[in-house]
Write a protein that binds this ligand. Structure first.
Ligand SMILES: NC(=O)c1ccc[n+]([C@@H]2O[C@H](COP(=O)([O-])OP(=O)(O)OC[C@H]3O[C@@H](n4cnc5c(N)ncnc54)[C@H](OP(=O)(O)O)[C@@H]3O)[C@@H](O)[C@H]2O)c1
Length: 288
């Protein structure tokens, strides 16, 4: 029996049956006792197994605050169905767009999951978000800024780094996403996601919308690449962006490094380095 109370902070986490997504669910349940977590999984059985694992490690008390939701972020139909399945009466406190695929896929497949996935989820679940003040965290990657750093097409680089200069806004960004070329599919998809984060925040000033990288974490996505940090470490930055009180008082549409410090979208900033400062792109959150 699942229990959502009026004071629960109900949070959807996509791609949460393993890796960083599952660790995010664990951290949300463990560190904040008013959370209610919707664990998104494109395979119901894998989702239920993750739920059983979490109850096993956190104890029975989290059982009533955890629900699996069947959600394939690459499919319009699946996302629509999932959004319709949740009750409209209890608002969502937040969405963590974590589902993602890694290297070695076509541009179309990579962009469909890593860019259009969060796009679909936010469009479909946005009506359930608490306004003002609901939050969206897009789990991005340092591969996005690195992609832009190495991009020779100055016009495209300018648009993705300074999304407010894209004349056609989100619609034009979607067209760019459908036609973008190049050898670094993963980096391209995350650069698009960062640009989208800015434009979506600008279009939804009553929400707190940002992107963040979890850092270099050992998961199936990085298998064999030498990553050694556990998923629990990768869960810290997205959970900070979702739950920290100070974040609500900052402008939104930003990209943060794994040290939870604002970072540029067009070049790599390492943890501990100077914060990125630029106010050209200021999007203030409206309080009503
Ligand atoms: N690991 C890192 O070092 C690192 C660094 C920077 C950013 N990230 C980002 O962190 C996020 C999580 O990655 P991870 O390292 O935890 O990878 P992972 O262990 O491979 O987990 C990815 C999760 O996303 C799910 N997923 C993939 N496509 C999906 C879809 N269409 N619909 C729903 N769920 C889908 C997977 O489900 P299945 O089990 O069904 O495949 C899995 O649950 C990704 O966005 C990734 O880009 C990771």
């Amino acid at each position: 029996m699942s229990t959502v109370t009026p004071s629960s902070r109900r949070i959807l986490v996509t791609g949460a049956n393993k890796g960083i997504g599952k660790a995010i669910c664990e951290r949300l349940l463990q560190e904040w006792d008013d959370t209610y977590v919707l664990l998104g999984s494109r395979d119901l059985q894998r989702g239920e197994e993750a739920k059983a694992d979490l109850i096993n490690s956190l104890g029975d008390s989290c059982k009533d605050r955890l629900q699996v939701i069947h959600l394939d972020t690459s499919s319009d139909e699946s996302v629509q169905k999932a959004a319709e399945s949740i009750s409209g009466d209890d608002k969502l406190y937040g969405i963590i767009n974590n589902a993602g695929i890694g290297f070695g896929r076509s541009m179309e497949e990579t962009v469909n999951t890593n860019y259009f996935g969060p796009r679909r989820v936010n469009d479909a679940f946005g009506k359930h978000l608490k306004r003002p003040g609901g939050r969206i965290v897009n789990v991005s990657s340092a591969s996005g800024p690195i992609f832009l750093q190495n991009l020779s097409d100055a016009s495209l680089k300018g648009k993705l780094n300074q999304a407010w200069t894209i004349p056609g806004g989100l619609e034009e960004l979607d067209t760019i996403a459908r036609t973008i070329k190049g050898g670094n599919e993963y980096g391209a998809s995350k650069a698009l996601l960062n640009a989208y984060t800015f434009l979506y925040a600008k279009a939804n000033k009553d929400l707190i919308i940002n992107a963040i990288t979890p850092g270099y974490i050992k998961t199936d996505l990085t298998a064999g690449s030498g990553a050694s940090n556990p998923p629990s470490k990768g869960a810290v930055p997205p959970c900070w962006l979702m739950m920290d009180e100070d974040v609500a008082h900052q402008p939104t549409g930003r990209y943060y490094g794994s040290d939870c410090v604002r970072s540029p979208m067009d070049c790599y900033r390492g943890p501990g380095e100077e914060p990125y400062v630029n106010n050209d792109d200021l999007v203030e959150v409206s309080k009503n």
